[in-house]
Design a protein around this ligand. Structure first.
Ligand SMILES: N[C@H](CCC[C@H](N)C(=O)O)C(=O)O
Length: 279
């Protein structure tokens, strides 16, 4: 079966998008494993299905490279907004997208009919350990030492609809994430695994972040991870609420504001190419 796809990226976090508004995509878990392969497939950090919704302008489903379904994806939701507007499926610049973590509100920033960037209301962070989930005692997990492998790390745990573990470190560039990332991802205290962010503080308005994603490994950026990182920085007294923080990622930058009620994420969304793939 031949199927059209569109490749898009947000800060280098690149997914293969399938328009499922009129045609479903069977076995998305297996499709993601196959087409995400950067040598034997199209290549990407996973796939995203753009589907109809009864409660919003569209529904987004995303799958990691290992076929697991993510409950929210910050970089992808910006690209979904771009796809819908650029293809005139929506004509408004304020739209809603249904996800497994609730309905998200998007403000599309377009020039000449093409979306360049999007501001997403990502919703309020979830800090209650059982809801993240993380199997640790307490009302929230902030700067709590845990043993991972042979070392102990002070972690902060935040959910943005998907689980994140944030560690503040002196230097991120030379970290060997392929070694340490899986130790966090599959640590027993995370019953649904975890996305792990390693963060260097540049100043109270600038953070440098690398990420080892649940189900995909290291990606060039993680939108929910950048939001979780700023929430963790506020909880640790590094950044201030209601002040914009720039999160520098390997693939670009995201602007995050952790307000009293929610977290706003603003960043680019870009199409790289379209194609047809044999599924
Ligand atoms: N790996 C994540 C989903 C993708 C999140 C990330 N790419 C983003 O931009 O938020 C998970 O399984 O929770």
């Amino acid at each position: 079966m031949l199927r059209k796809f569109i490749k898009m990226e947000g800060c280098g976090n690149d997914y293969i998008y399938f328009d499922c508004l009129n045609e479903d995509l069977p076995h998305p878990e297996q499709v993601s494993i196959t087409v995400s392969d950067r040598h034997f497939g199209i290549g990407g950090d996973g796939i995203v299905l753009i589907c109809t919704s009864d409660v919003a302008d569209a529904k987004m489903r995303m799958f990691n490279t290992d076929g697991s379904e993510g409950k929210m994806c910050g970089n992808a939701i910006r690209c979904v907004g771009k796809y819908l507007y650029d293809h005139k499926i929506v004509t408004k610049e304020s739209i809603d997208i249904e996800t497994l973590s609730g309905i998200k509100h998007l403000k599309l920033n377009a020039e000449n009919g093409q979306v360049q960037s999007v501001c997403v209301d990502m919703g309020a962070p979830i800090l209650e350990p059982k809801a993240i989930p993380v199997n640790l005692e307490g009302t929230q997990i902030v700067h709590q030492d845990i043993q991972i492998g042979r070392n102990s790390y002070p972690i902060t745990c935040v959910s943005m609809g998907n689980p994140h573990c944030i560690i503040f470190v002196e230097e991120v560039a030379s970290m060997e994430l392929e070694k340490i990332g899986p130790l966090f991802e599959h640590a027993e205290i995370f019953p649904e695994q975890v996305n792990t962010e390693f963060v260097r503080v540049i100043d109270e308005h600038t953070l440098e972040m690398r990420v080892w994603e649940r189900g995909s490994g290291e990606t060039l950026a993680c939108g929910t991870g950048a939001c979780a990182t700023v929430v963790a920085a506020v909880l640790n007294g590094i950044c201030k609420q209601n002040e914009e923080v720039t999160v520098k990622l390997r693939g670009g930058e995201l602007k995050i504001i952790h307000s009293d009620e929610t977290v706003y994420m603003t960043g680019a969304a870009r199409k790289t190419f379209e194609g047809v793939v044999e599924l």
